[in-house]
Ligand binder design. Structure first.
Ligand code: GDG
Length: 465
């Protein structure tokens, strides 16, 4: 079995339980192959110190980390990755900041990653690169002579060709994907966008089995929807912190049904739209009104990108006005918490809630939807209200699917969810859990890596970049 080398912008220390399902799953494969995890250390240093590489042994896994200079961090991370690629890939051209300086910083950091990773590579390694920060990494590695098998997984959506084409240099970006042997997407919709883009914009030739030929290379592409580690999450759900949280919520809200939302505070998550739908529900259902409370956890995220401060203010003002207009001396309809909740407590909150509102405007997958389902009691489960624009909606058909832009439709779904009889809740939950269990994070990891092991690079003297 080849050694696995994982590359991602940030490294989650696999020894820490707070790391989450993805880190746990990758750590398992890395442990088995004695692999390497390479990424940014999270540190910003002076230019003169940038050559240092930090190596840490975490059991059998080697963690290799590089630092970034302030200028590189600003252009690569804040600028191009989160100021251009994140909004455009989430269909938000209006929020993209196409500052010409950013792309050179993006390219510089990908070159730095390639240069620093190279000495750690063995000829039979399999390399797995993660997410939009590192799209050109394989091309940079190939330019340095790297022949290993390299796979890429995009955790966020891929928009339709005409939206992608709005990015100056989009052709360079997508051409860089052809340096990989396998490119993985979250959903069939994303894969279809890739196919349409490469066929129309790059005149790629479609071959059988999801392969496309362009730029003198054949790339395999597929949809590999990511899942959660169900065992790990149900384990957490039975832990003392989750139980304490569950009991506290049940005590505190004994006369009410809880609705829950757990999201990074990000404009892609549709939080203001969700609040407006909840307000509509309160307006239309005076009889149900005071029996429901929405707890919205919005964990702080990318606070130095301006679009994020705007969404923060919009959300604060909406929550304030809902509570002001509908609240009473003994009841507040919305509990808005702009803080991170400890991971070990989350399943307790999910389990105490009758309804989860997972209503992003766009999402690659959305793991909160799957975590909520895994935390429910099979006999008396809660209801998932899920945006049709989350990648998860392709799999979780038995959820109450909504269009988050449709305030009235979402408000009606909230009402249906709160009033759904227990038999129907059980029936839907059972079906949903079959999918969550079958397509868990181990399935995702194993299927992607098996496809990568089979994806055969056919190169014909391409010169990269
Ligand atoms: C990207 C893609 C794709 C959230 N708040 C708290 C907290 N969380 C945890 C959740 C969940 C994770 O963060 C969020 O995952 P999502 O999938 O919902 O969303 P993104 O962060 O945008 O992730 C997404 C994912 O990558 C994987 O491929 O599904 O589409 O955008 O695990 O539980 N965790 C803790 N406290 C919080 O307050 N501890």
């Amino acid at each position: 079995m080849s050694r696995l080398v994982v590359v991602s912008n940030r490294i989650a220390d696999p020894r820490k339980t707070a790391a989450g399902g993805l880190a746990v799953a990758l750590a398992e494969v890395l442990n088995n192959t004695g692999g390497v995890w390479f990424g940014w250390s999270g540190k910003i240093v002076d230019h003169s110190e940038i050559d240092e590489v930090h190596v840490e042994q975490a059991g059998p896994v080697k963690l290799v980390m590089v630092d970034l200079s302030q200028a590189d961090h600003d252009a690569f991370y804040l600028g191009y990755s989160n100021g251009v690629l994140w909004p455009v890939f989430h269909y938000r051209l209006d929020l993209a900041d196409f500052d010409a300086g950013y792309i050179s910083g993006y390219r510089r950091v990908n070159q730095l990653f390639a240069r620093k990773l190279l000495p750690f590579l063995r000829s039979d390694d399999i390399i797995w690169v993660h997410d939009y920060h590192l799209i050109p990494l394989a091309a940079e590695l190939r330019a340095l002579g790297c022949k290993q098998r390299i796979g890429f997984f995009l955790h966020i959506p891929l928009p339709p060709p005409l939206i992608l084409a709005a990015i100056p240099g989009h052709d360079w970006l997508i051409r860089a994907l052809f340096a990989y042997d396998l490119v993985g997407f979250q959903s069939r919709t994303d894969l279809e966008h890739f196919a349409r883009y490469v066929e129309s914009e790059a005149h790629a030739q479609p071959l059988d089995d999801n392969r496309w030929r362009a730029f003198g290379r054949t790339v395999h592409a597929g949809a590999y929807p990511i899942g959660i580690d169900v065992e790990e999450f149900t384990g957490l759900a039975h832990g003392p912190e989750a139980l304490e949280m569950y009991e506290r919520m049940k005590r505190e809200y004994s006369r009410r049904k809880l609705l829950v939302g757990v999201d990074r505070l990000d404009y892609s998550k549709g939080l203001p739209q969700r609040m407006r739908a909840f307000r509509e529900f309160l307006t239309k259902n005076p009889d149900l009104r005071s029996s429901a409370t929405l707890i919205q956890i919005a964990s702080p995220s990318r606070e130095n990108v301006s679009a994020y401060t705007d969404i923060l203010h919009e959300l604060e003002s909406l929550c304030g006005s809902i509570n002001g207009n509908f609240g009473d001396l003994d009841w507040m309809p919305v509990r808005y918490i702009h803080r991170t909740v400890a991971r070990a407590r989350l399943p307790g909150l999910y389990r105490a809630s009758r309804v989860a509102l997972v209503t992003p405007l766009r999402d690659g997958m959305n793991l909160v939807a799957k975590e909520f389902l895994a935390a429910q009691e099979a006999e008396d489960p809660g209801v998932l209200v899920l945006s049709r624009f989350a990648g998860a909606a392709e799999q979780l058909k038995e959820a109450l699917l909504v269009n988050p832009y449709d305030t009235e439709g979402t408000a009606t779904a909230i009402q249906l969810a709160l009033q759904m009889p227990v038999e129907e809740r059980r029936h839907r939950h059972q079906a949903l859990m079959r999918t969550v269990r079958e397509y868990d994070v181990h399935w995702w990891c194993d299927t992607f890596l098996a496809a990568l092991a089979e994806a055969k690079a056919e190169e014909k003297g391409t010169s990269w970049l």
